[in-house]
Design a protein around this ligand. Structure first.
Ligand code: CP
Length: 312
Protein backbone atom coordinates (compact mmCIF):
# COMPACT_ATOMS: atom_id res chain seq x y z
CA UNK A 1 0.00 0.00 0.00
CA UNK A 2 1.35 3.47 -0.83
CA UNK A 3 -0.30 5.23 2.14
CA UNK A 4 -1.86 4.21 5.46
CA UNK A 5 -4.76 6.58 6.00
CA UNK A 6 -7.22 4.58 8.10
CA UNK A 7 -8.47 1.17 9.12
CA UNK A 8 -11.93 1.50 7.60
CA UNK A 9 -10.58 0.37 4.23
CA UNK A 10 -7.75 -1.81 5.53
CA UNK A 11 -8.20 -5.41 4.40
CA UNK A 12 -7.81 -8.37 6.74
CA UNK A 13 -4.81 -9.63 4.79
CA UNK A 14 -3.05 -6.23 4.86
CA UNK A 15 -3.72 -5.86 8.59
CA UNK A 16 -2.44 -9.37 9.38
CA UNK A 17 0.66 -8.84 7.23
CA UNK A 18 1.48 -5.64 9.18
CA UNK A 19 0.90 -7.42 12.52
CA UNK A 20 3.07 -10.38 11.49
CA UNK A 21 5.86 -8.06 10.29
CA UNK A 22 5.61 -6.16 13.59
CA UNK A 23 6.07 -9.44 15.48
CA UNK A 24 9.28 -10.05 13.52
CA UNK A 25 10.52 -6.50 14.08
CA UNK A 26 9.82 -6.64 17.83
CA UNK A 27 12.79 -8.99 18.23
CA UNK A 28 15.10 -6.19 17.04
CA UNK A 29 14.52 -4.27 20.28
CA UNK A 30 16.28 -7.03 22.24
CA UNK A 31 19.45 -7.00 20.11
CA UNK A 32 22.67 -5.47 21.37
CA UNK A 33 22.43 -2.98 18.50
CA UNK A 34 18.66 -2.56 17.94
CA UNK A 35 18.92 -1.56 14.29
CA UNK A 36 18.22 -2.98 10.81
CA UNK A 37 19.45 -1.47 7.50
CA UNK A 38 16.00 -1.84 5.88
CA UNK A 39 15.23 1.86 5.27
CA UNK A 40 18.78 3.16 4.89
CA UNK A 41 18.72 6.21 2.58
CA UNK A 42 15.01 6.86 3.23
CA UNK A 43 13.88 10.04 5.03
CA UNK A 44 10.80 10.03 7.24
CA UNK A 45 9.33 13.37 8.31
CA UNK A 46 7.12 13.66 11.37
CA UNK A 47 4.68 16.47 10.53
CA UNK A 48 2.77 17.12 13.74
CA UNK A 49 0.22 19.95 13.94
CA UNK A 50 -1.04 18.60 17.30
CA UNK A 51 0.83 17.61 20.45
CA UNK A 52 1.94 14.02 20.91
CA UNK A 53 4.24 11.97 23.11
CA UNK A 54 3.75 8.31 22.15
CA UNK A 55 2.98 8.54 18.43
CA UNK A 56 5.67 11.06 17.52
CA UNK A 57 8.42 9.43 19.56
CA UNK A 58 7.57 5.90 18.51
CA UNK A 59 7.57 6.82 14.81
CA UNK A 60 10.97 8.41 15.41
CA UNK A 61 12.24 5.29 17.22
CA UNK A 62 10.74 3.03 14.52
CA UNK A 63 12.40 4.97 11.69
CA UNK A 64 15.77 5.00 13.47
CA UNK A 65 15.60 1.24 14.16
CA UNK A 66 15.18 0.78 10.40
CA UNK A 67 18.14 3.16 9.73
CA UNK A 68 15.98 5.85 8.11
CA UNK A 69 16.81 9.55 8.51
CA UNK A 70 14.27 11.50 10.53
CA UNK A 71 13.03 15.08 10.28
CA UNK A 72 10.68 16.29 12.97
CA UNK A 73 8.27 19.19 12.63
CA UNK A 74 6.07 20.48 15.44
CA UNK A 75 3.59 23.25 14.65
CA UNK A 76 4.51 25.13 17.80
CA UNK A 77 7.67 27.11 17.13
CA UNK A 78 7.27 26.72 13.35
CA UNK A 79 6.19 29.10 10.59
CA UNK A 80 2.60 27.87 11.00
CA UNK A 81 2.34 30.75 13.50
CA UNK A 82 3.04 33.08 10.53
CA UNK A 83 0.15 31.59 8.56
CA UNK A 84 1.95 28.86 6.58
CA UNK A 85 -0.50 26.23 5.31
CA UNK A 86 -0.43 22.42 5.41
CA UNK A 87 0.28 22.40 1.65
CA UNK A 88 3.26 24.76 1.90
CA UNK A 89 4.63 23.04 5.00
CA UNK A 90 4.36 19.57 3.41
CA UNK A 91 5.94 20.80 0.16
CA UNK A 92 8.77 22.36 2.16
CA UNK A 93 9.52 19.03 3.89
CA UNK A 94 9.21 17.23 0.57
CA UNK A 95 11.69 19.62 -1.07
CA UNK A 96 14.11 18.77 1.76
CA UNK A 97 13.85 15.09 0.82
CA UNK A 98 11.00 13.61 2.90
CA UNK A 99 10.06 10.26 1.35
CA UNK A 100 7.49 9.32 3.99
CA UNK A 101 5.39 11.95 5.78
CA UNK A 102 3.76 10.96 9.08
CA UNK A 103 0.98 13.49 9.59
CA UNK A 104 -0.94 14.39 12.73
CA UNK A 105 -3.48 17.14 12.15
CA UNK A 106 -6.47 18.59 13.97
CA UNK A 107 -8.67 18.41 10.83
CA UNK A 108 -10.52 15.19 10.03
CA UNK A 109 -9.52 14.20 6.50
CA UNK A 110 -6.15 16.02 6.49
CA UNK A 111 -4.18 12.83 5.75
CA UNK A 112 -6.49 11.93 2.83
CA UNK A 113 -6.12 15.47 1.50
CA UNK A 114 -2.33 15.31 1.64
CA UNK A 115 -2.23 11.84 0.08
CA UNK A 116 -4.55 12.61 -2.81
CA UNK A 117 -3.99 16.33 -3.51
CA UNK A 118 -0.90 15.85 -5.68
CA UNK A 119 0.94 18.40 -3.49
CA UNK A 120 3.71 15.91 -2.67
CA UNK A 121 4.87 12.49 -3.94
CA UNK A 122 5.66 11.18 -0.47
CA UNK A 123 4.04 8.18 1.18
CA UNK A 124 1.56 9.45 3.80
CA UNK A 125 0.90 7.80 7.15
CA UNK A 126 -2.01 9.11 9.20
CA UNK A 127 -0.89 9.65 12.80
CA UNK A 128 -4.31 10.97 13.83
CA UNK A 129 -6.63 13.35 11.95
CA UNK A 130 -9.19 15.22 14.01
CA UNK A 131 -12.01 12.97 15.19
CA UNK A 132 -11.59 10.67 12.19
CA UNK A 133 -8.90 7.94 12.45
CA UNK A 134 -5.68 6.91 14.19
CA UNK A 135 -4.81 3.70 12.32
CA UNK A 136 -1.41 2.95 13.85
CA UNK A 137 -2.94 3.16 17.33
CA UNK A 138 -5.54 0.57 16.29
CA UNK A 139 -2.84 -1.67 14.81
CA UNK A 140 -0.75 -1.54 17.98
CA UNK A 141 -3.88 -2.22 20.04
CA UNK A 142 -4.65 -5.24 17.84
CA UNK A 143 -1.03 -6.41 18.18
CA UNK A 144 -1.35 -6.16 21.96
CA UNK A 145 -4.69 -7.97 22.01
CA UNK A 146 -3.24 -10.73 19.84
CA UNK A 147 -0.28 -11.09 22.23
CA UNK A 148 -1.93 -10.96 25.61
CA UNK A 149 -5.66 -11.55 25.43
CA UNK A 150 -5.69 -14.81 23.49
CA UNK A 151 -5.82 -18.04 25.37
CA UNK A 152 -3.41 -20.63 24.01
CA UNK A 153 -3.11 -21.52 21.20
CA UNK A 154 -2.71 -17.95 19.98
CA UNK A 155 -5.05 -17.07 17.11
CA UNK A 156 -4.03 -15.54 13.80
CA UNK A 157 -6.60 -12.77 14.19
CA UNK A 158 -8.88 -11.59 17.02
CA UNK A 159 -11.70 -14.09 16.44
CA UNK A 160 -13.32 -15.23 19.65
CA UNK A 161 -12.18 -12.18 21.62
CA UNK A 162 -14.46 -9.48 22.98
CA UNK A 163 -13.47 -5.94 23.84
CA UNK A 164 -15.37 -3.19 25.62
CA UNK A 165 -14.37 0.38 24.63
CA UNK A 166 -15.46 2.97 27.15
CA UNK A 167 -15.59 6.75 27.16
CA UNK A 168 -15.88 9.67 24.80
CA UNK A 169 -16.56 7.56 21.71
CA UNK A 170 -17.97 10.49 19.71
CA UNK A 171 -14.76 12.51 19.78
CA UNK A 172 -12.29 9.61 19.65
CA UNK A 173 -10.36 8.75 16.50
CA UNK A 174 -8.91 5.82 18.45
CA UNK A 175 -12.39 4.38 19.01
CA UNK A 176 -13.29 4.68 15.32
CA UNK A 177 -10.07 3.07 14.07
CA UNK A 178 -10.29 0.30 16.65
CA UNK A 179 -13.92 -0.49 15.87
CA UNK A 180 -13.17 -0.89 12.15
CA UNK A 181 -9.97 -2.92 12.64
CA UNK A 182 -11.27 -5.17 15.43
CA UNK A 183 -14.35 -5.95 13.36
CA UNK A 184 -12.15 -6.82 10.35
CA UNK A 185 -10.08 -9.11 12.58
CA UNK A 186 -13.11 -10.89 14.02
CA UNK A 187 -13.39 -9.44 17.54
CA UNK A 188 -16.72 -8.61 19.15
CA UNK A 189 -16.79 -4.94 20.18
CA UNK A 190 -19.07 -3.13 22.63
CA UNK A 191 -18.86 0.66 22.91
CA UNK A 192 -19.93 2.28 26.16
CA UNK A 193 -20.48 5.92 27.05
CA UNK A 194 -23.04 8.42 28.23
CA UNK A 195 -25.56 9.15 25.45
CA UNK A 196 -23.96 12.55 24.77
CA UNK A 197 -20.60 10.83 24.12
CA UNK A 198 -21.99 8.35 21.60
CA UNK A 199 -21.65 9.55 17.99
CA UNK A 200 -24.64 10.13 15.73
CA UNK A 201 -25.07 7.08 13.50
CA UNK A 202 -23.37 4.71 15.97
CA UNK A 203 -26.20 2.24 15.38
CA UNK A 204 -24.72 1.63 11.91
CA UNK A 205 -21.32 0.68 13.40
CA UNK A 206 -20.54 -3.06 13.62
CA UNK A 207 -20.71 -2.98 17.43
CA UNK A 208 -23.02 -3.37 20.41
CA UNK A 209 -23.80 -0.06 22.09
CA UNK A 210 -24.75 0.66 25.70
CA UNK A 211 -24.63 3.44 28.25
CA UNK A 212 -24.53 0.94 31.11
CA UNK A 213 -20.86 0.28 31.94
CA UNK A 214 -21.60 -2.23 34.69
CA UNK A 215 -23.77 -4.27 32.31
CA UNK A 216 -20.93 -4.30 29.75
CA UNK A 217 -18.44 -5.44 32.40
CA UNK A 218 -20.82 -8.28 33.24
CA UNK A 219 -20.46 -9.62 29.68
CA UNK A 220 -17.05 -11.06 30.68
CA UNK A 221 -14.89 -9.28 28.09
CA UNK A 222 -11.33 -10.29 27.24
CA UNK A 223 -10.22 -6.64 27.22
CA UNK A 224 -11.53 -3.30 28.46
CA UNK A 225 -10.18 -0.19 26.75
CA UNK A 226 -10.62 3.09 28.59
CA UNK A 227 -10.57 6.41 26.69
CA UNK A 228 -10.09 9.88 28.06
CA UNK A 229 -12.65 12.65 27.63
CA UNK A 230 -11.45 14.71 24.66
CA UNK A 231 -12.05 18.15 26.18
CA UNK A 232 -10.18 19.78 23.29
CA UNK A 233 -12.76 18.43 20.81
CA UNK A 234 -15.84 18.78 23.00
CA UNK A 235 -18.37 21.55 22.45
CA UNK A 236 -18.99 23.48 25.64
CA UNK A 237 -22.68 23.19 24.79
CA UNK A 238 -22.53 19.51 25.83
CA UNK A 239 -22.93 19.46 29.61
CA UNK A 240 -20.35 17.34 31.45
CA UNK A 241 -20.04 16.62 35.11
CA UNK A 242 -16.75 15.02 36.18
CA UNK A 243 -18.34 13.71 39.36
CA UNK A 244 -21.15 11.92 37.51
CA UNK A 245 -18.77 10.69 34.82
CA UNK A 246 -16.44 9.14 37.39
CA UNK A 247 -19.40 7.58 39.19
CA UNK A 248 -20.80 5.96 36.04
CA UNK A 249 -17.82 5.43 33.70
CA UNK A 250 -14.54 5.33 35.59
CA UNK A 251 -12.76 1.97 35.78
CA UNK A 252 -12.36 1.96 39.55
CA UNK A 253 -10.77 -0.83 41.57
CA UNK A 254 -14.27 -1.90 42.58
CA UNK A 255 -15.40 -2.20 38.98
CA UNK A 256 -12.16 -3.96 37.97
CA UNK A 257 -12.96 -6.65 40.52
CA UNK A 258 -16.03 -7.54 38.41
CA UNK A 259 -13.79 -8.45 35.46
CA UNK A 260 -12.71 -12.00 34.63
CA UNK A 261 -9.28 -12.73 36.10
CA UNK A 262 -7.59 -12.81 32.69
CA UNK A 263 -9.30 -9.71 31.26
CA UNK A 264 -6.70 -7.08 30.32
CA UNK A 265 -7.06 -3.32 30.73
CA UNK A 266 -5.94 -1.05 27.88
CA UNK A 267 -5.64 2.70 27.37
CA UNK A 268 -4.13 4.47 24.34
CA UNK A 269 -2.81 7.29 26.52
CA UNK A 270 -2.51 9.94 27.63
CA UNK A 271 -4.39 8.85 30.76
CA UNK A 272 -6.26 11.08 33.16
CA UNK A 273 -5.70 9.04 36.31
CA UNK A 274 -8.61 9.29 38.71
CA UNK A 275 -11.03 10.22 35.92
CA UNK A 276 -11.55 7.42 33.36
CA UNK A 277 -9.22 5.01 35.16
CA UNK A 278 -8.09 4.64 38.76
CA UNK A 279 -4.35 4.70 39.34
CA UNK A 280 -4.46 1.29 41.07
CA UNK A 281 -6.06 -0.24 37.96
CA UNK A 282 -3.66 1.48 35.54
CA UNK A 283 -0.73 0.09 37.54
CA UNK A 284 -2.24 -3.34 38.24
CA UNK A 285 -0.99 -6.64 36.76
CA UNK A 286 -3.96 -6.73 34.36
CA UNK A 287 -2.92 -3.41 32.80
CA UNK A 288 -1.18 -3.78 29.40
CA UNK A 289 -0.86 -0.05 28.82
CA UNK A 290 2.94 -0.12 28.60
CA UNK A 291 2.79 -3.21 26.35
CA UNK A 292 0.70 -1.06 24.00
CA UNK A 293 3.41 1.61 24.03
CA UNK A 294 6.15 -1.01 23.46
CA UNK A 295 4.22 -2.59 20.58
CA UNK A 296 3.79 0.87 19.07
CA UNK A 297 7.43 0.92 17.98
CA UNK A 298 7.41 -2.44 16.19
CA UNK A 299 3.99 -1.80 14.62
CA UNK A 300 5.20 1.55 13.29
CA UNK A 301 8.35 -0.11 11.96
CA UNK A 302 6.07 -2.51 10.11
CA UNK A 303 3.92 0.34 8.75
CA UNK A 304 6.96 2.29 7.47
CA UNK A 305 8.28 -0.90 5.87
CA UNK A 306 4.86 -1.59 4.33
CA UNK A 307 4.31 1.82 2.74
CA UNK A 308 7.92 2.16 1.55
CA UNK A 309 7.85 -1.32 0.07
CA UNK A 310 5.01 -0.33 -2.22
CA UNK A 311 6.78 0.21 -5.52
CA UNK A 312 9.47 2.56 -4.17
N1 CP B 1 -2.19 7.49 21.88
C1 CP B 1 -1.66 8.61 21.37
O1 CP B 1 -1.93 8.97 20.22
O2 CP B 1 -0.85 9.30 22.22
P1 CP B 1 -0.09 10.65 21.84
O3 CP B 1 -1.12 11.72 21.64
O4 CP B 1 0.82 10.93 23.00
O5 CP B 1 0.67 10.41 20.56
Amino acid sequence: MKHLLGTEDLSRSDALRILDTADEFSAVANRQVPKLPTLRGVTMANLFFEDSTRTRLSFEAAAKRLSADVMTFGASGSSVSKGESLKDTAQTLSAMGADIIVLRHFSSGAAHRLAHSGWVDAHIVNAGDGMHEHPTQALLDAATMRQVAHKEPRGEDLSGLSVVIVGDIAHSRVARSNVFLFETLGAKVTVVGPPEFLPPGVEAWPVSVTSDFDEALGSKPDAVMMLRVQHERRSEAVAWSAREYIRDYSLTSKRAQLLPIDCVVMHPGPMNRGVEIASEVADSPRSVILDQVRNGVSVRMAVLFEVWGDGS
